[in-house]
Design a binder for this molecule. Structure first.
Ligand SMILES: [Zn+2]
Length: 465
């Protein structure tokens, strides 16, 4: 049986857009100030979840709302279950929009709205993929469970709750339409290790404070230190260092102390090589002066060992897996106060198979630190091999419909794909697409959504027929 899935999508174009508009018009940002038992992440995400389940009910599916954390609907019978995992929450709209973020607007073939590409657009494209299979009455032998969450953008507490309370067995395999084509079949492990230092500080030069970085998964754009004591030619040396290293700086004198800031460039913590870590540059500059004790250790580690060490080579934790690629390290948050008992540097690692948080921790303990502790949150590496029929089928459908070559991809970030042992992310961004997720003027190309819907239709059919 050959079915022209693209033609089937075309017949439903207006319906698809109408359903998508109704979801995009709902501001489903998480709002903890308005959260309560009925609205675990605030009213917005719940409203969008209800709307989605209402659409599914209209189309004749049995639905289940799991206490407003997440919900699902099912189609088909059969022992084996294909899980599809999407999400209805969005990141805050922020400022800088040319249109109202919650008034979906099509301009030049682009649909502008918060959530258009992350993740309501892909969710609805995938929803229509399944709807086509249902309406054509195609024979299937497995069950499809389409799950939508409401807290993907924050802590995944929606899925923790869902898996505990949904009352159904975990799907056997599945995908998440929340990333890009051709596929993401691997996600590196993600953990943070904290280096601990005392505040002791008795050199000719004194480090009063050192602060840099906002979040563990971001490269610190800048860092600021307060220093005093014997600092010969401080201003001249700083200017020379900045010129040599191509960074900018600010310098001020306050109560006989220098307040010095070095400004680099921020980047996502999963690709630290794209940024310029202001904190490690500042430490490198300061490390030439006569600090002592913990301050000396702190600056030496930050400025010599962590400096430009994105693969963890100098730390002795570098590791590369043939399939999953190399470990990466982002020195994300620096906090040092001479009066504090505990001072820290937070190191965020994205690591492939073949190494462990404990191995990394053991290597870090060899540094001149008081202790090394491991974050409670985090996850282990996730990889579904190319040989798995799930991956093979999804790539095959992608190649057939686009004429492009499919290939595996491993990322340092995280998607709902890893919720299942045999889980991947699949679409809906195509290669070469402008990624506007989490940005002002987020958009989805309307034709891309239609192309994606046809791919999802065939992919789901191939997986459950
Ligand atoms: Zn998303």
């Amino acid at each position: 049986m050959t079915i022209d899935f693209k033609a089937e999508v075309e017949k439903r174009r207006e319906d698809l857009l109408a359903d998508l508009f109704s979801l995009l018009a709902i501001n489903s940002e998480r709002d903890d100030n308005l959260a309560d038992k009925e609205h675990p992440f605030g009213p917005g995400p719940v409203k969008a979840l209800h709307k989605f389940l209402e659409i599914a009910e209209r189309d004749g599916y049995p639905t289940k709302n799991v206490d407003n954390y997440a919900g699902h609907f099912e189609y088909g019978d059969g022992e084996e279950v294909l899980g599809i995992f999407a999400h209805m929450d969005v990141v805050p709209a922020g400022s800088g929009w040319d249109t109202d973020p919650y008034t979906p607007t099509i301009k030049d073939g682009k649909l502008y709205a918060r959530g258009s590409s992350d993740d309501k657009g892909p969710t609805v494209a995938c929803y229509y993929g399944l709807k086509i299979i249902k309406e054509l009455g195609l024979p299937i032998s497995k069950k499809v469970r389409f799950v939508v969450g409401t807290d993907e953008e924050s802590g995944w507490a929606d899925m923790d709750y869902y898996f505990e309370h949904s009352g159904v067995k975990e799907p056997d395999f599945g995908f998440s339409p929340d990333a890009e084509f051709p596929i993401i079949n691997g996600e590196k492990g993600n953990i943070t290790e904290y280096l601990h230092f005392a505040g002791e500080n008795s050199g000719a030069a004194r480090l009063h404070s050192f602060t840099g970085g906002l979040r563990e998964n971001m490269v610190p754009e800048s860092a600021t230190a307060l220093v005093s004591g014997l600092l010969p030619d401080f201003a001249d040396r700083l200017a020379a260092f900045a010129e040599e290293q191509k960074v900018t700086f600010e310098l001020a004198e306050e109560d006989g102390k220098f307040k010095v800031t070095i400004i680099g460039k921020s980047a996502h913590g999963a690709s630290p090589q794209s940024g310029v870590n202001g904190a490690t540059y500042l430490a490198r500059f300061l490390n030439q002066f006569d600090f002592a004790g913990s301050a000396k250790d702190y600056l030496a580690i930050a400025g010599e060992i962590l400096f430009e060490d994105h693969a963890g080579q100098a730390l002795g934790v570098a590791h590369t897996d043939e399939k999953m690629g190399a470990l990466s390290m982002n020195a994300g948050v620096f906090r040092f106060e001479e009066t504090a008992a505990d001072n820290t540097i937070a190191l965020n690692f994205r690591y492939p198979k073949g190494t462990t948080p404990e191995e990394i921790q053991a290597a870090l303990k060899k540094l001149a630190v008081v202790d090394v502790t491991l974050s409670e949150q985090g996850h282990t590496p996730h990889y579904v091999p190319m040989e798995d029929p799930l991956v093979a089928t999804l790539l095959d459908v992608y190649e057939r419909q686009t004429g492009l070559r499919g290939h595996e991809q491993v990322i340092g970030g995280g998607t709902f794909g890893r919720l299942l042992k045999r889980g991947v992310a699949y679409g809906a961004m195509f290669p070469g697409y402008t990624d506007t997720m989490h940005q002002a003027n987020e958009f989805a190309d309307v034709e891309d959504l239609m192309r994606a819907a046809a791919i999802y239709a065939e992919a789901i059919y191939e997986l459950v027929k």
